[in-house]
Design a protein around this ligand. Structure first.
Ligand code: ATP
Ligand code: MG
Length: 501
């Protein structure tokens, strides 16, 4: 399963890695009311792929009346279903350790990895997490605002709720169309009890009136779960107060398939700390290890988040077709200890709450001080005018690296002219000084209306940093909107003068 609407080259790369026997697609999808035609993309990807499947099964939604058809290869879904209507297909029994599916990681930090999952462990992990973490009961409804091409969609649009005997809502659309109340109307109309979304979506909602959060009857909703990117404290607070519901930040990866850090309201009610995904989940022997010597970090000390093997049920069993790459990628960070590395920085406070501080390759080294991008982003987000931001480290002849911030303001009027931009830039620098200290102060704050993100909503800091250093932005196969890179380029080359804190 891949995300719909990949460019042909990205799709071909995944086809060649997975070597599928059959491809299934719709004629198109729809985004912001406009049809996105898939079939010509599929044809192009099969032309360039080295291992194209023999057949393509096509479900026609009527979005592409002129859809080209390749005789002998393309097969029509409706014709097939009529032909085989009523056929009895026996169950195929599998060992619990046999593969159930392959799914590629988002590709935020490089070439996507084909995560292979088993059958039995996966089912157990799904069933248990639906009960102990998400509190979903048979007969109820779950609404996960993701795409089934991503792991959140696999686990919590499809397998999790269905294994739990729940109804699952698949929604094709964005949170602000036709208006910013659309999700809450869905919750009301379908009596949703469990909802799962991403911080990036909440930051989109944050640009509109919070009154939308109160317009519909949300009495069926128990919790809102958010994952995918660090959830900054102001956004966490904004959404939880706006909805009047517990909002649970939880942390995991495509590799794990289900939460690693989370509150577990199905086990025990624990107070939520804004900005924290709470505690290690049952089944994970989570450790914070010092990068220097693999020893365990103390409270309030930033370290690498690792999992002591064996990984619990549901986690990846290998990288598809490349066991060696699996061991080399995930289990070889420390020479002294063979542990699974998440490639994320984390910290545990005195109360045992964990915080994820960003990716290990996102660390910024300012005059010998190592700062996570998230720490600085969090400080920038404390300024009430900011909806979201990305901070990257840029090479600096004096300090080694200097943080640069790219911020999206809630109201464009605030940065309409150079004087206003300069004033706001100065204010943001002051905010960072107060929150984090001058060491974290960005060298510059640039204003954009859109950040470069992957199609799963993750900020492409790697590409932003490359542009800021005048390098090639690298592999952009998963970028959501290429215009966002143009904005970064323009901001960097603008004559906007520096604000004085
Ligand atoms: P690739 O591994 O190909 O670079 P990716 O890491 O973006 O892509 P995913 O598996 O979709 O692919 O994302 C998992 C990562 O997302 C985590 O390792 C972490 O960096 C980030 N993440 C997920 N949830 C949270 C969260 N609640 N708080 C902070 N970070 C999170
Ligand atoms: Mg990753």
């Amino acid at each position: 399963m891949v995300f719909g609407g990949f460019a042909a080259a990205s799709l071909a790369a995944r086809i060649d890695d997975a070597k599928p026997a059959l491809m299934v697609t719709a004629d198109g999808g729809s985004r912001m009311g406009k049809p996105i035609l898939y079939k010509s993309l599929v044809d192009e990807s099969l032309r360039i792929a080295e291992h194209p499947p023999k057949h393509v099964l096509i479900f026609r939604r009527g979005l592409d009346p002129q859809m080209p058809v390749t005789a002998g290869r393309d097969v029509d879904w409706k014709e097939m279903s009529q032909q085989h209507a009523g056929a009895q297909v026996p169950c195929t029994w599998l060992e619990s350790s046999e593969p159930s599916y392959i799914l590629y990681t988002s590709g935020t930090t490089g070439k996507p990895k084909g995560v292979q999952r088993d059958v039995g462990g996966h089912a157990v992990a799904m069933a248990a997490s639906m009960r102990h973490i998400f509190c979903g009961h048979p007969g109820e409804t779950m609404f996960t605002t993701s795409d089934i091409g991503w792991v959140v969609g696999h686990s919590y649009i499809i397998y999790g709720p269905l294994i739990a005997g729940m109804t699952s809502i698949l929604y094709e659309g964005v949170p602000v169309r036709p208006d910013p109340g659309v999700w809450w109307k869905i919750v009301q109309d379908h009596k949703v009890s469990v909802m799962f979304s991403a911080p990036t979506a909440v930051r989109v909602l944050k640009k509109s009136d919070p009154a939308w959060l109160k317009k519909y009857d949300l009495s069926s909703l128990r919790h809102l779960f958010l994952a995918g990117e660090p959830l900054d404290e102001p956004t966490h607070q904004w959404i939880s107060e706006g909805l009047g519901k517990p909002v649970i930040d939880h942390y995991w990866q495509t590799e794990t398939g289900w939460p690693v850090l989370s509150a577990m309201p199905g086990v025990e009610k624990t107070p939520i700390k804004f900005g924290s995904p709470s505690f290690p989940v049952y089944g994970y022997d989570l450790k914070l290890l010092r990068e220097s010597d693999a020893s365990e970090a103390g409270d309030d000390e930033k370290a690498v988040v690792v999992i002591e093997p064996p990984l619990p049920p549901g986690c990846m069993t290998t990288i598809w077709g490349d066991d060696e790459r699996f061991v080399k990628t995930y289990f070889s960070t420390f020479s002294k200890k063979q542990v699974y590395t998440t490639f994320d920085w984390g910290i545990r406070d005195r109360d045992g709450y964990y915080f994820i501080l960003g990716r290990t390759d996102d660390v910024i080294n300012v005059a010998g001080h190592r700062l996570g991008t998230r720490e600085i982003e969090e400080a920038v987000n404390m300024h009430p005018a900011i909806a979201e931001c990305a901070v990257v480290g840029v090479a600096d002849p004096l300090k080694g690296q200097l943080p640069m911030a790219f911020a999206v303001v809630r109201d464009a009027a605030l940065v309409a002219d150079p004087a206003a931009r300069m004033k706001l830039e100065g204010e943001i620098m002051k905010t960072v000084d107060q929150q984090l200290g001058a060491i974290g102060r960005p060298g510059r704050v640039f204003f954009v209306t859109l950040l470069p993100k992957t199609r799963s909503g993750k900020v492409l800091r790697r590409s932003i940093a490359a542009l800021a250093e005048g390098r090639d932005p690298g592999d952009l196969t998963t970028i959501e909107d290429p215009a966002s890179l143009e904005q970064i380029r323009n901001a960097l080359s603008s004559t906007q003068t520096k604000g004085n804190p």
